[in-house]
Design a protein around this ligand. Structure first.
Ligand SMILES: C[S@@+](CC[C@H](N)C(=O)[O-])C[C@H]1O[C@@H](n2cnc3c(N)ncnc32)[C@H](O)[C@@H]1O
Length: 243
């Protein structure tokens, strides 16, 4: 079944995902829950309220629910996705599925203990070609999402970001004092490493990340770019960027 877009830019387009989700039953980006469960359980309590950003047709929400995580709100801007997932998992009071753009979360401040995303920010950054120099529009989009995430987190809440983006690239976006969180990262996977970032609201950046932030805010010249091209799954956008 052909679900790949004709050009990478379409990964940023809700219509592409709507079309894809009418044909594709399930796809798991960067591995299923079992691959990083050992990391996630260290940072998320089963009775905490969890927001899943860009849930797609992944089984992550359901797998977490089955493991005991009782309150998960999953959002995606694909209405097809949200309707399908709601029909797939009816009658579970702790689960809800909402059509929503993650750049504009329709929730009050400080209502989620944990926000999780897996591959959603990567999809939004799909047109970037130089990981050291994210475009203004790319930075703006990510900033919109991170600001919203920070806003809806409770004090002490955690943002869990699962991605293929290596720390030297992704920390440049996450290590910002204005979000009011610390940044830690872990990796999982065998032949190819994926990364799980834990950003804890109410903690300060460590000195290294604070220095990184200062450097980024003042730097004028981009460091040399060495694009490490590694083949991941069969989604070719992953090969064109290394964020
Ligand atoms: C790469 S897929 C990841 C899906 C799922 N999280 C997983 O792990 O398999 C990206 C998902 O993010 C959704 N998405 C992309 N941009 C979005 C936005 N601005 N608001 C809400 N959802 C978005 C897409 O519809 C898609 O379902």
């Amino acid at each position: 079944m052909e679900v790949l877009p004709d050009r990478n830019a379409r990964y940023r387009d809700a219509q592409y995902w709507d079309e894809r989700y009418t044909r594709e039953e399930s796809f798991e980006w960067f591995g299923d829950f079992s691959k990083f469960q050992h990391l996630l359980v260290q940072h998320v309590g089963t009775e905490e309220s969890i927001l899943m950003l860009g849930c797609g047709n992944s089984s992550l929400t359901w797998d977490m629910y089955q493991t005991g995580f009782s309150f998960i709100t999953s959002v995606d801007f694909s209405s097809v996705c949200v309707e399908t997932m709601a029909q797939r998992h009816p009658h579970h009071p702790g689960l809800s599925w909402l059509c929503m753009d993650v750049r504009r979360l329709a929730f009050p401040d400080g209502v989620f203990d944990v926000v999780v995303e897996k591959g959603t920010l990567d999809a939004m950054l799909v047109e970037e070609t130089d990981p050291w120099n994210i475009s203004y529009s790319g930075r703006k989009e990510v900033h919109q999402v991170l600001s919203e995430v920070s806003r809806v987190l409770t004090p002490g809440g955690r943002f869990i970001s699962v991605t293929f983006a290596q720390p030297h690239f992704r920390k440049r976006l996450y290590a910002r004092t204005e979000y009011g969180w610390s940044v830690k990262h872990y990796h999982y996977g065998d032949s190819f490493h994926y990364f799980l970032y834990v950003l804890t609201k109410g903690e300060e950046l460590n000195p290294e990340d604070a220095a990184l932030e200062r450097r980024i805010l003042t730097e004028t010249d981009a460091p040399p770019t060495v694009m490490a091209v590694q083949e991941v799954e069969n989604e070719d956008f992953l090969n064109s960027i290394d964020l």
